[in-house]
Design a protein around this ligand. Structure first.
Ligand code: FAD
Ligand code: UDP
Length: 368
């Protein structure tokens, strides 16, 4: 008999949801985490009463009522609706692309006028789009592509829009209504008190050790538990035996300002090529803060190198086929379950991570 039923490697959302389900089924759980705090990329740092999203802005949104209710059981969401604005050389446009954007861009007032304008501009692409530039122009025309997409995208991905796959831009909604809500999902909000409230509630009842890297202490921790849930990078689990997967990283520059309201909205995207950062987040607006001071974060895209946080998987063909080789090995592991965005090398929103963790936990726990 080992000391714990489950060892969970990583205290991010996947690990925390799994831990909650296991503890609720009467299992004993040890969570180990290499950072000095729990929560993974959801972690918030409280600065002068403001919950600062330390690893980038996180807005919870979902179409799945069961996931919404699960989330709200542990941390109640406020009514935050993401309505970012774009700043192109001082000109301000609403996002996502909608009638407010088209009105500001061309002075058009009705949906029909906007459609006519976009149709004129997209006529130059008369074949199936072969790259992101062609996809964007065929979706919204040349003006919006030039002012709101090209610079932002090239900064974000570190390559020219003609060298990027078309699918990246298919995520962006285009609307012929005056609706600045960024997401189409039915439910949306920010947990009142920040994401740490959620993570703390999910981890209640589990033992936690911080500052421990599983891959450097494997024998010790394997000996402590019957079964293992691993949420770190899959290539590091296998000591990079087939090669390294690629990621995009980010650098965050956070400053406290002695003013009440810096930009009037939580998220401003800087869409020109020259400004080196992609966006500025003013954290207090996620929770309608009224503090006398404010905290802002500039977000700079960066090529990932060892030692940096791996934020976005680069899901191109070469990386996907490398990932599949690791996934084949993972499928054969007798007592380790792999889950979450690093172990599955997948761009996962929070709601999808919760769905996946609940699914895997229910399959796992049903038989035990
Ligand atoms: P993680 O949060 O990465 O957790 C993994 C944990 O495992 C980490 O704490 C890590 O330190 C730990 N770990 C890794 N290796 C080891 C090891 N060897 N030993 C011990 N511990 C280890 N989703 C949304 O729904 N809405 C948003 O607005 C949104 N915005 C985002 C913005 C940014 C900039 C990024 C990067 C992501 C965003 N996401 C958003 C996605 C969201 O962050 C993820 O869905 C979620 O964090 C995934 O949880 P996870 O547990 O899979 O991974
Ligand atoms: N994008 C853009 N201009 C913007 C915002 C987004 O061109 O003002 C493009 C960009 O290519 C980005 C993609 O849309 O990579 C997806 O952006 P989104 O904000 O949905 O995703 P995130 O960066 O939060 O993962």
């Amino acid at each position: 008999m080992k000391k714990y039923d489950y060892l969970i490697v990583g205290s991010g959302l996947f690990g925390a949801v799994f831990a909650r389900q296991a503890v609720d089924s009467g299992k004993s759980v040890l969570v180990i985490e290499k950072r000095d705090h729990t929560g993974g990329n959801l972690h918030c740092k409280n600065i002068n009463g403001i919950n600062v999203h330390e690893y980038g802005a996180h807005i919870f949104h979902t179409n799945n009522r069961m996931v919404w209710e699960y989330f709200n059981k542990y941390a109640e969401c406020n009514r935050y609706t993401n309505s970012p604005v774009a700043n192109y050389k001082g000109e301000i446009y609403n996002l996502p692309f909608n009638m407010n954007t088209f009105n500001r861009m061309w002075g058009v007032v009705t949906p029909e006028q906007a459609k006519r304008k976009i149709d004129e501009q997209r006529a130059i692409i008369n074949h199936e789009p072969r790259n992101l530039e062609e996809q964007a122009i065929s979706l919204v025309g040349v003006d919006i592509y030039t002012k709101l997409i090209k610079g932002y995208t090239e900064k974000q991905w570190g390559r020219d829009c003609t060298q990027l796959p078309a699918f990246i831009i298919k995520r962006l909604p285009v609307r012929y209504t005056y609706d600045n809500n960024y997401f189409n999902d039915r439910y949306q909000g920010i947990p009142i008190g920040g994401y740490n409230v959620l993570i703390d509630a999910l981890l209640e009842g589990s033992d936690i050790e911080l500052g421990v890297d599983y891959n450097e202490n494997r024998e010790k921790y394997d000996a402590l538990a019957e079964r293992i849930v691993y949420t770190g990078t899959i290539d590091s689990y296998y000591r990079y035996r087939f090669g390294k997967l690629e990621y995009r990283s980010l650098r965050f520059e956070t400053v406290e300002l002695e003013e009440e309201n810096y930009q009037g909205v939580a998220v401003v995207n800087y869409t020109d090529r020259e400004t080196p950062f992609t966006r500025i987040i003013e954290h207090k607006h996620f929770e309608y803060g009224t503090q006398p001071a404010t905290v802002i974060t500039r977000e700079y895209p960066a090529e990932w190198r060892e030692g940096m946080e791996p934020y976005y998987p680069v899901n191109d063909e070469a990386n996907q086929s490398l990932y599949r080789k690791y996934a084949e090995l993972a499928a054969k592991e007798p007592r380790t379950i792999f889950g979450g965005r690093l172990a599955e090398y997948k761009y996962y929103d929070m709601d999808k991570v919760i769905e996946s963790a609940l699914q895997k936990a229910s399959e796992e726990l049903a038989g035990r």
